[in-house]
Design a protein around this ligand. Structure first.
Ligand code: M6R
Length: 614
């Protein structure tokens, strides 16, 4: 959450900062701001809301700022203090000679603020960040050295931060550092960039250095100097990023979310490439280091994730227990990290994260590793901090996901779990060969089935229009599709702000059924298989309470016509693979409802794509 950029070199800095911030908008869009070195001064410009507001603020100063070649920028997802101009970054010290941008949370900001206020600092915002600006300025007054000032100040900060700092006394210098928040330095020709993430710099350079915690880098157009927390210069580890400059285009779709939903057949094909050649051949997971002995040594698996990734993890539990007979627990990372967990070297810990940056999941994986567990990471970002913690890795190769609501990355995560569960079953010999072959054939058919759903969305659009005015929505399912109900409800909540909830259908009569009446839509995810008849009975119970019944089904059973007001049909699929097929219409339903309501589909209110604070 929050994105930072910095630049020093020969080019006009404002364009580079705005361009970088645009690529980081997925990290927040509550406010934005830049600070640029203009002659002797640092000038700061800020705006509330989306980046386009900052562009408007900057517009009258275009000519004046053209020659500026050093600056820092920030895009905010508000944690401390409302999303106002006053709380927008960059923040400055009392005299305004130092500017600083920050991603993270400074946990001991109250104590520091009290102390600094007593010493005469004037605070202007309600943010935790402002203390860092004043603290670095204080250390600078003592040392007259910006790098040393940053080093000394960060020793007093607790929590998570990536910081970029500039000072009036320095013509074209940026000092940057980080702890528990991402930051990388892009290395160009006579220029350097600092950024929270690759998309902000990849247009300019593919040579970069990821900063480790507590390292401090000083950038000028001529050189960069890297030091550790003791102030000792250390070697730089510049790498070539495996990224092409990507044109983040909607390719004719109205929103990135719709484009990403339509990319799912290719996403499924991509993840299978090199891993599943033919149904009768073994699955190849080159970066998974789990052999027969390691698997024998395991007595449990814990899957840890947040949000949509948590729902993929729940499907993963079902698959691994079903195919491999190993007990699996699924935990929300934010709960896992604040209790005594029974985790040890006999536990396989699987972290699932689109971004590979989610703070709670990162902490959970670190804790599990400290207890001796093998960490297997499933992520869309093999260059992320989480991937760097991995003992085993499954990159899901879904491509950049721009829309804040995850769609294609979810499908890719499901695919990763199919591959992993079948791989483990092969290593453990827990499923017979002919069953494995038929499961793998079915897996390979999924892209065509998703294509068939995407080719005919009219019915889903019609359903969206019919239910768009509802205030509440209930999704029910059982077994392997209970996570589908949760994810379907999450999609609708996120982008339409309708109060949607997913329930295991058997639980309805233990409470939620009290909410049902003729105003409540109940969507039943009715896939043929072991719980089909049970779910049908639960749907009858809901119908008996006059709920507005919708079925998402692969059944052509005629009795459904009487039971349901609306039916969305999907292609025939084995129950075990139905979460992939069932999710696509639910993504579309959420999309069309939000679009019909005129919501900001790609950037829903209050959300950020990467949640890098606890
Ligand atoms: O990057 P991660 O997969 O770790 O992110 C986890 C959640 O923040 C994320 O899935 C979130 O719930 C999305 N907005 C879902 O659409």
């Amino acid at each position: 959450m929050c994105g930072i950029v910095g630049y020093t070199g020969g080019k006009s800095v404002v364009d580079i900062l705005i361009d970088g911030l645009r690529q980081l908008e997925y990290r927040g869009y509550d406010s934005s701001g830049v600070a640029v070195k203009c002659g002797e001064d640092i000038k700061v410009y800020k705006a509330e809301g989306k980046l386009e507001n900052l562009c408007k603020v900057l517009s009258p100063y275009k000519d004046e700022l053209k020659t500026a070649t050093c600056g820092i920028g920030h895009i905010r997802w508000a944690t401390h203090g409302a999303p106002t101009v006053l709380n927008a970054h960059p923040h400055t010290c009392t005299c305004g000679r130092l500017a600083l941008v920050h991603n993270g949370i400074i946990e001991n900001y109250k104590e520091i603020r009290e102390k600094l206020e007593k010493e005469g600092c004037t605070f202007r915002s309600q943010t935790d960040t402002e203390v860092a600006a004043h603290l670095v300025a204080k250390k600078y007054a003592q040392t007259k050295d910006l790098t040393e000032a940053v080093r000394l100040a960060t020793k007093e900060l607790e929590g998570a931060y990536a910081l970029c700092v500039m000072h009036n006394d320095y013509k074209n210098t940026i000092v940057a550092t980080k702890r528990n928040a991402p930051l990388l330095v892009g290395v160009g020709d006579g220029e350097f960039f600092a950024a929270s993430d690759v998309p902000a710099i990849i247009k300019y350079t593919n040579r970069a250095m990821y900063l480790n915690d507590n390292e401090i880098v000083t950038l000028t157009p001529e050189k960069m100097v890297l030091i550790n927390s003791d102030g000792k210069e250390i070697p730089q580890k510049i790498e070539t990023l495996p990224w092409e400059p990507v044109a983040l285009s909607k390719r004719g779709y109205k929103h990135f979310m719709l484009k990403e939903i339509h990319e799912q057949p290719d996403v499924i094909r991509n993840i299978l490439v090199g891993k599943l050649h033919a149904p009768d051949e073994p699955i190849v997971l080159n970066e998974v280091k789990l052999n027969k002995d390691t698997l024998k040594n395991l007595n449990r698996i814990q899957i840890i994730a947040c949000g949509t990734s948590l729902h993929a993890a729940m499907v993963g539990k079902y698959l691994i227990e079903n195919f491999c007979g190993i007990a699996v627990d699924v935990e929300a990372s934010s709960e896992y990290i604040y209790r005594k967990t029974v985790t040890d070297s006999h536990t396989l810990v699987i972290g699932v994260s689109q971004s590979g940056e989610t703070a709670d999941t990162l902490t959970a994986i670190r804790q599990a590793k400290e207890k001796g567990s093998h960490a297997l990471i499933i992520t869309n970002r093999p260059d992320s901090a989480m991937a760097r913690l991995a003992d085993s890795l499954i990159p899901v190769n879904a491509g950049i996901e721009v829309s804040v609501a995850a769609t294609k990355s979810y499908t890719a995560q499901l695919m990763a779990f199919y591959l992993l569960a079948l791989y483990m079953a092969e290593v453990k010999n827990s499923v017979d060969k002919s069953t494995l072959t038929s499961l793998k054939s079915e897996l390979m058919l999924l892209p065509q089935k998703v294509e068939r759903i995407l080719a005919h969305t009219e019915n889903i659009q019609k359903c969206a229009r019919a239910y768009a005015s509802t205030k509440d929505f209930i999704y029910i399912a059982r077994g392997i599709n209970f996570p589908t109900a949760l994810e379907g409800a999450l999609k609708l909540k996120e982008i339409s702000y309708i109060n949607a909830t997913g329930y295991p259908a058997g639980e309805l009569k233990h409470g939620p059924i009290a909410m049902l009446d003729e105003t409540m839509p109940v969507l039943s995810i009715l896939m043929r298989g072991c719980v089909y008849e049970k779910l049908l009975s639960n749907s009858e119970e809901a119908k008996a309470r006059n709920a507005r019944m919708i079925a998402l089904t692969n059944s052509d059973d005629e009795k459904l016509d009487d039971l349901f007001d609306y039916i969305i049909r999907v292609p025939e699929v084995q129950e075990l693979f139905s979460p992939v097929i069932a999710m696509v219409p639910l993504q579309l339903l959420a999309y069309y409802i939000a679009e019909f309501l005129g919501k900001d589909v790609d950037q829903p209110r209050n959300l950020a794509k990467s949640v890098t604070v606890e």
